[in-house]
Structures are given as structure tokens and as C-alpha cells.
Design a protein around this ligand. Structure first.
Ligand code: 5GW
Ligand code: MN
Length: 343
């Protein structure tokens, strides 16, 4: 008998055994069918419940960011920019983790209070003591033409107030632009040894809710609340090609408001040098950008994308019609009588 026939016979002798085992297994499955299927069905119900929960969570997130309620899908509605920088909204970060990461971080707050704007300083500083980087090392860099009139706030430990004299330019446009020049000097000479991050702010503002280390990043800018839902072609960028701040149609991501921005000291040095150079270039041509330093600031940020973008929670204007956009109104623009304060 050939060898392979013999093998087949040997195999055949196993067939009854295999059949018996198979039948036993099927009987076992039949007896346990309730449990086996029940387990699978329960698992499936469990998973679909979890999926439904996640979908609901996502829907709530989207609602919070108005993805479903606003027709026009403006980029500002997202929690990430197209270059994957976070857009900071309440609920998108865990402050207890970030506070630990920044336990040794030194933060500067740069502000100008020149001429009549000195009237805003006391409330600005007092509200900063209450809400700005609470628990961290903070140095206020206040620039004013009236150092003697400054009312020092009661300050927590680890917080320092530096008062600096600055010339009071006659034209208000020059006062606003002077900030860039002062920044080029301070971010180069003084601040590198004193602080890690610098935050620059307008003084005609008040802190109204917490502004903490979640806003720190290499280069950080805030979306202007008035242009949150605007199409880029309607942004009030400088549109005169002759200006150094010129941004052509089709360029630019957000309209940033220069009333709150920040970053690492060397990043703010680079930004202020670029803006100051643009301002000087325009002055030589006897022209001025539409929104002075803010126009140059926006020009710089077209080419140098911020690594973090702050939502309008951080520059809130009580005049905007979409009141629900910001759950927290953290840093609020004060209403001012423009003719009174500018004369
Ligand atoms: C005064 C009149 C018109 C415009 C600016 C000034 C002005 C601005 C001033 O006299 N003194 C002064 O310190 N500033 C600084 O520049 C303040 O820090 C002020 O917050 C910043 C920008 O000027 P703002 O706040 O009037 O600009 P908007 O765009 O917020 O109205
Ligand atoms: Mn302002």
C-alpha cells in the first residue's frame, strides 16, 4: 500500500473522535447560547451608548463654538487654526496642569498710560491683581508721562510694579505707535533678564475674569471681537500698496486686535522691530497705516503665524451683537467718550 494511503487510513480512524468533539461543542454552544449572545449584544449596546454619548459631547462642543448655529463657517469658529495653533476658549484647557508647568515662569505685562489715559491705569492694575496670572510671578511695565500720579495697587507676593517715563506725543496716533519703539528697546535690553513671556495690553480695558498661563505661547494674538464673523476681504487691514503694512486681498487669516498680544520676549522683540521699521518706512513716505501700529501688527502676523490665538473672550466688547459668543468675558474694552479723551 502506498505511504499516503496508509496516512489517510490513520486519519480516518480519528474522524469519529472529531465528530464527537464537534457535536459536544455544538451542544455546549446551544446550551450556553443565551449567555454567549447576551454577552455580545450587551457589549454592542454598551458601545453604541458610548458612541451616542461622545456624539452628544461633540455636539455640545460644536454648539459652544457656534459651529451649528452660525451659517457662515468662519475660521474663527474653530478650536484650531488652519496651521494647527490652538484657539483658546474656556473649556479647551486644564489650568491646573498648565499652572504646574509654569510654576517658575516670569511674566511681564506691558502697558502705556499717557496723557488722559492715566485715568484708566488704577482700575486696570487693580483688576489685573484680581484676574491676571494669579499665583504667578508678574512684573508690570507701566509707561507714562505722569509717574507721580500713578496710584499703586495693593499687590500680591511675587508681583512687581515698574514705572517708566515716556514722552507724551502730541498726536494720539503717535502715542499708540510709540509703544512699538519702546518695545524694541525694552525687549532687547531689560526684559530678557527679568521675564520669560511678555503680554502687551491697552490700558482702556478691565480684567473681568481669569486670564492665566493658558494665554502663554511663543507668539500669541487675539481675534478682534468686531471682526469675528467677518470675511477676510472685509477685514480693516491696510489696503494701500504703498504702505509697509499693506495686505493684499486674499491674504490674512484673522483680524487681530493689538489691545492684547504676547509671547516670548525675543518673539516680541522681532515683532516690535518689524512693526517699528514699517512705521518708520511709512513716515518717510509721509503716509500712515489705517490703524497705525495695529495695521503693521496684522501685516507681521500674516507672515509670522501666531503659535496660539486667543478667542474674543480675551478682548470682549460689550457692543457686539453676538453676546453669547464668549462665556467668559475676561478682558473687557471700556466704553469711552472718544472726543473728550482725544482732546
Ligand atoms: C488718545 C487718544 C486717541 C487714541 C489714543 C490715545 C492714547 C492712547 C493716549 O492718549 N494715551 C495712551 O496711553 N494711549 C495708549 O494707547 C493706551 O495704552 C491705549 O489703550 C492705547 C491705544 O489707544 P486706544 O485705546 O485709544 O485705541 P483703541 O483702538 O482701543 O480705541
Ligand atoms: Mn484701547
Amino acid at each position: 500500500m502506498p505511504e499516503n494511503w496508509r496516512n489517510m487510513l490513520r486519519f480516518k480512524s480519528f474522524i469519529p473522535g472529531i465528530l464527537v468533539v464537534g457535536i459536544l461543542c455544538m451542544v455546549g454552544l446551544w446550551v450556553q447560547k443565551e449567555n454567549v449572545f447576551k454577552y455580545k449584544i450587551e457589549k454592542m449596546i454598551d458601545w453604541s451608548k458610548k458612541v451616542a454619548e461622545k456624539a452628544k459631547e461633540l455636539e455640545q462642543c460644536e454648539k459652544k463654538l457656534l459651529l451649528n448655529t452660525v451659517e457662515k463657517k468662519s475660521m474663527g469658529l474653530n478650536a484650531l487654526t488652519p496651521w494647527l495653533a490652538p484657539i483658546v476658549w474656556d473649556g479647551t484647557y486644564d489650568l491646573s496642569i498648565l499652572d504646574k508647568q509654569h510654576s517658575n515662569t516670569r511674566i511681564g505685562l506691558f502697558v502705556f498710560a499717557v496723557k488722559k489715559y492715566i485715568r484708566f491705569l488704577q482700575q486696570f492694575l487693580e483688576s489685573a491683581e484680581r484676574y491676571f496670572m494669579v499665583g504667578h510671578k508678574v512684573t508690570y511695565y507701566v509707561f507714562t508721562d505722569k509717574v507721580d500720579e500713578v496710584v499703586k495697587p495693593k499687590m500680591a507676593d511675587g508681583r512687581i510694579l515698574q514705572l517708566h517715563n515716556v514722552v507724551a506725543d502730541q498726536r494720539w496716533q503717535d502715542v499708540s505707535m510709540r509703544r512699538m519703539e519702546v518695545l524694541t528697546v525694552f525687549t532687547k535690553e531689560h526684559m530678557p533678564n527679568e521675564i520669560d513671556y511678555l503680554v502687551c495690553a491697552d490700558v482702556d480695558m478691565v480684567f473681568n475674569d481669569s486670564v492665566g498661563v493658558e494665554i502663554l505661547g511663543d507668539l500669541v494674538a487675539t481675534i478682534h471681537p468686531g471682526f469675528f464673523f467677518s470675511e477676510p476681504q472685509h477685514f480693516t487691514y491696510e489696503r494701500k500698496p504703498i504702505s509697509a503694512a499693506y495686505i493684499p486681498d486674499g491674504e490674512g487669516d484673522f483680524y487681530y486686535m493689538a489691545a492684547l498680544y504676547g509671547g516670548k520676549v525675543d518673539e516680541i522683540y522681532r515683532l516690535s522691530v518689524a512693526c517699528q521699521n514699517g512705521i518708520i518706512e511709512d513716515k518717510k513716505k509721509n503716509i500712515e497705516a489705517l490703524w497705525q501700529d495695529e495695521s503693521h501688527f496684522n501685516r507681521y502676523l500674516v507672515d509670522n503665524k501666531p503659535t496660539k490665538v486667543l478667542s474674543p473672550e480675551y478682548l470682549w466688547d460689550t457692543n457686539v451683537p453676538y453676546k453669547d459668543l464668549a462665556k467668559k468675558k475676561r478682558f473687557v474694552i471700556l466704553k469711552k467718550n472718544k472726543t473728550e479723551i482725544r482732546n
